[in-house]
Design a protein around this ligand. Sequence first.
Ligand code: FES
Length: 110
Amino acid sequence: MVKVTFVTSQGDRVEAEGEPGDELLRVGQAVGMPLEGTCEGQMACSTCHVIVSPEWFDRLPPAVEEEEDMLDLAAGAVRTSRLSCQIVLSEALDGLEVRIPSDSHDMRRM
Ligand code: FES
């Protein structure tokens, strides 16, 4: 079991659990985070954008060029931004903490 904490744009902490091999995007969606994941992990949208806490950012495998390009277009992107569809859980990521960017909006609830 890999524990992940999502911090919402309102500052609430939401604990989630996934299995090694799960995409962070799916784990977040399962606990109701507003991550649309419109392109299903094809790196063609940026609706799965999350901000990784600095202490975890360097422990993640680096982003490939396509992901960097997409993050350049993501609203509110910062240095530790990642696409959550590209983060695959592993034992080493137990305790991972990520923040939902404040300008992400949930199309499903509009
Ligand atoms: Fe579209 Fe991640 S789901 S880039």
